[in-house]
Write a protein that binds this ligand. Sequence first.
Ligand SMILES: [Zn+2]
Length: 317
Amino acid sequence: MRRSLPWLALSVLALAASGAEAQTYQRTLVPGRPFCVVWPGRDYLYRIDAAGSSRTPGDSELSAIEAAIASWRAVSDTCSDFTFTRGQDLVHPRVGYVKDSQDNENVLTFREVDCNDIVPPEDACIDEDTCANTYACWDHGAATIGLTTTTFSFRTGYILDADIELNASTNGRGFTFTTVDSPPCDGQVSSECVVTDIQNTLTHELGHVVGLDHVSVPGSTMEPTAPPGETHKRIIDAGSAQGFCDAYPRGLPPTQCGERPDLGRHFQAVSTGTGVGCGAAPGSLFPAAALLGALALGRRRERAGGRAGAAPRALRD
Ligand SMILES: [Zn+2]
């Protein structure tokens, strides 16, 4: 029987054991349990905020989103039957998961205002931790580019919901998202050069959606930081692709961590890190790179240092 006690969980790292051909990846573990978060089904039905982004030319942000999705589809085509399906766009989408609600969509939204700039200080949403949805505002760390909130069963690790927010807020707390391929901006921010690339960011966040955690491997799509001008995360690295393929083998149930002895691969919890994050310093073209984020105790005002990158949320059941 499921109880609706929500758990805000730490993201735990798991590393693929070394092997002659093993690629490095990490899957997100259920805190305190020897298994991972994973989708029980084979389709990620996502819905984009109908508001899109007001700061990118035309519908270029939608093209960037679809390009990121297409990269994961291409990986799936090599090894899996996992699909990504775009549903109808949503007006005022709600991030998070409410048990027994009919409104639990997997959403993707640009937060173009920071909650600090719009929420009255006495508003009850602050204590209730509901400001982000009430005001459609960014309610996470200022140095965080994007945040994926994943809700899963504490008993099984099965993912129930995964939502992506991008920090497009202004006033120096957010990021200037761009959609062009090149060149990196050089001192002058413009939509004609790369500042924070949407496709780069979303390819990474979608890695979290499918259950991958960060790795400290230069060049990996799942590296936790992204400097301005970066686009290489658009191309899913071999390790991240392997993590996906191992989790969702075509024609077979999703695998749990450690369930592929045939591949000579084992997983081991190596850290309960307080840090993960999909971050970089906002507002500057040359930030002091990164930010380790972590788990997201997703509480409002816990934004010192801009923590929080992936936010697994569990239902204890
Ligand atoms: Zn991340």
